[in-house]
Design a protein around this ligand. Structure first.
Ligand code: SF4
Length: 389
């Protein structure tokens, strides 16, 4: 389960990219040279620091302190000029001063040289690498496969102890080979997230989309393989979904996450300075603030946020009320789905959670064992995440 004691700020520094992954949702902007002006980033980050202080004060009774996570995102952030990246990182630390802030970068890791390595190490920037292990979709500008180069670069950054996790897209190219990808990340002991391919712009090349049923079948097989391998690394969303399955068997109710009460957990900052709640990231008219305007002050406009939370409540009510898992599920699957209007807002998770549930029952775990599993699931995963290579 995620925590509301953290806010993730995804900053789209630029859409420019050195790859042409055929499923990319930024497909129409990958040659766009424009960059988030440092002054815009500074205003956003100052507002984020104020939000951090306000959220910390509201949750002062919590034992866990509040943390802001800033993710430098693109396009490909690591092809931007290093002096620019250095200035952005300095701006983050100067805005947050002694507040708890983590800095990470979401990268394709196709281009890494000694200067970039030194930047990552010096500023303790953690890496999320987008890597599918299997070829087919992630192509270079000249249309060549990129996997061998990225494998080498993963080894390179791991040799410097840079924290590293990975995201893989589940699409036509990975559907039948997802266990091979699992074995790669298991060997590397890297935390791993698998994302079923979402809808994207009409202009991007087709051929990688899969049906929800195919995604659910593949994720279910992946769960079986992960467990049979001894769950060697953190694997989301299967770790999160396993908790829901166990709670559902034990008849445990969980408190549902309500953004209007609990606060936002993730914001996306567009290159021009407009800020979106994560669930509205596909809707350009739904920003909650706009820092292209020098007069903007609040990170989240209260009225715009209330409208976003109301939209979410409608989506959740329309879907979760009819779901057998509603008592055991806090609602993360639907909230992370960025539902497109007219589409099922939670098409895969209930099927896979149902599979996990059946497996756990079939394996004959006692209630005590399931309780232990529920506790261990997170503790064990967290411990493994910290294991160096
Ligand atoms: S529809 Fe999705 S988010 Fe809602 S209760 Fe079911 S699994 Fe959870």
């Amino acid at each position: 389960m995620q925590t509301t004691r953290a806010l993730t700020l995804v900053m789209k520094l630029s859409k420019l990219c050195n790859l042409r992954c055929t499923y990319c949702y930024e497909w129409n902007h990958l040659s766009d040279q424009s960059r988030m002006p440092v002054e815009v980033a500074r205003r956003v980050l100052r507002a984020a620091a104020s939000e951090h202080v306000a959220r910390s004060a509201r949750g002062a009774h919590h034992t866990q302190s509040f943390v802001t996570r800033v993710v430098l995102h693109g396009g490909e952030p690591l092809i931007l000029p290093l002096p620019y990246l250095e200035e952005i990182v300095r701006t983050i630390h100067s805005a947050f001063e002694d507040l708890e802030v983590d800095v990470g970068v979401q990268t394709n890791l196709y281009h890494v040289d000694s200067a970039i390595l030194s930047f990552l190490v010096r500023h303790r920037v953690g890496i999320g690498v987008s890597f599918d292990v299997l070829p087919g979709a992630r192509k270079s500008l000249t249309g060549h496969a990129t996997e061998e180069v990225v494998r080498r670069n993963i080894a390179l950054v791991r040799s410097q102890d840079v924290p590293l996790g990975a995201i893989t897209v589940l699409g036509r190219h990975t559907l039948n080979g997802i266990v091979q990808a699992h074995d790669f990340f298991a060997r590397e002991r890297m935390s791993w997230r698998v994302l079923p391919l979402k809808r994207g712009p009409r202009e991007r090349p087709d051929g990688f989309s899969i049906s929800y049923a195919e995604a659910a079948t593949s994720m279910s097989s992946l769960y079986d393989h992960w467990i049979a391998s001894g769950a060697p690394m953190r694997l989301d969303p299967l770790a999160e979904w396993s908790e829901v399955a166990i709670r559902s068997i034990l008849g445990l109710k969980t408190r549902r996450y309500d953004r209007a009460v609990d606060g936002e957990i993730a914001l996306l900052v567009e290159t021009d300075g407009r800020v979106y709640c994560d669930m509205d990231a596909h809707d350009e008219h739904a920003s909650v603030s706009d820092f292209s305007n020098p007069a903007a002050e609040a990170l989240i406009d209260a009225d715009a946020f209330a409208r976003s939370a109301a939209r979410e409540r409608t989506v959740v009510a329309s879907r979760c009320a009819a779901c057998d898992l509603r008592e055991a599920c806090a609602g993360w699957p639907i909230l992370s789905g960025r539902a497109v209007e007219g589409d099922d807002p939670c098409p895969v998770a209930p099927l896979v959670i149902g599979h996990i549930r059946s497996r756990l029952l079939e394996w004959g775990f006692s209630r005590e064992e399931l309780w232990t599993l529920l506790r261990q699931l997170r503790a064990r995963s967290d411990a493994l995440e910290a294991v160096p290579s």
